[in-house]
Design a protein around this ligand. Structure first.
Ligand SMILES: Cc1cc2nc3c(=O)[nH]c(=O)nc-3n(C[C@H](O)[C@H](O)[C@H](O)COP(=O)(O)O)c2cc1C
Length: 212
């Protein structure tokens, strides 16, 4: 495929109109997310879809409260300022018509077990665990989700910033699936602006090395 516009036309969208997203479009977007590759094809994802605007705002409240609590508990004034500054960035989903919660099931990497059996050093084990196939598979599905939302005319934003409130959010949602945990929030809706932009990318020379 030569036309990569679907990649370059995707941008993180943080402001949405009031328009709702029809369930068949949500189905299509989640279906596209499930066509991502996953380690050993475990398909270790589960997507919780929330369209209740009141509940979405309550979740923003949970993040704001947790953020305030953390700020109050800090002594370092710079850290406090930093965390307060991010409060808005962590609740940009509050006016979205749809909020998707991406849950991951832990992928058990037998390489780690083998290394442990072989009494590998903690550094060696850490070097393997940081490769995190669980999260790599989830990330592939999230990228599919974002690209398909954008291709259908919606805006979305991958959100991990409010992770300090994920336990409280999980409790509020009441969704339980054995071994699964919340990894990210994705608000989806019609973008408020048609003039969407993304930050500049690093030049290719900085991020690519060709070895002969
Ligand atoms: C793992 C991850 C976490 C992110 N968390 C947040 C977030 O909490 N809030 C937010 O507004 N954007 C968040 N973003 C979006 C990034 O800020 C955005 O992707 C980046 O600035 C590049 O812009 P673009 O998506 O428009 O290309 C996150 C993106 C990723 C991949």
């Amino acid at each position: 495929m030569k036309n990569l516009d679907f990649i370059y036309n995707r941008h993180s969208v943080r402001n949405f109109t009031n328009e709702s997203v029809p369930q068949n479009d949500i189905d299509e977007i989640i279906k596209a997310a499930t066509y991502a590759p996953s380690a050993k094809n475990v398909q270790n994802w589960h997507f919780v879809v929330l369209k209740n605007k009141h509940k979405i705002q309550q979740i923003a409240g949970i993040v704001e409260n947790k953020n305030s609590k953390l700020v109050d508990s800090l002594e370092d004034e710079n850290l406090k300022k930093e965390l307060v500054k991010f409060r808005t960035y962590h609740t940009i989903f509050k006016n979205a018509p749809v909020l998707i919660f991406v849950f991951a099931g832990l992928y058990k990497d037998i390489t780690v077990d083998i290394l442990k059996l072989k009494n590998a050093s903690s550094e060696e084990i850490q070097n393997i665990t940081r490769i995190a196939p669980t999260i790599q598979s989830i990330s592939a599905s999230i990228e599919n989700l974002l690209l398909s939302a954008s291709a259908l005319g919606y805006g979305a934003c991958w959100m991990v910033g409010p992770s300090y409130a994920f336990q409280e959010i999980e409790d509020f949602l009441g969704f339980k699936k054995e071994g699964y945990f919340l990894t990210s929030l994705i608000p989806i809706g019609i973008p408020e602006s048609i003039d969407l932009k993304s930050p500049k990318r690093k030049p290719l020379e900085e991020v690519m090395t060709v070895i002969d």
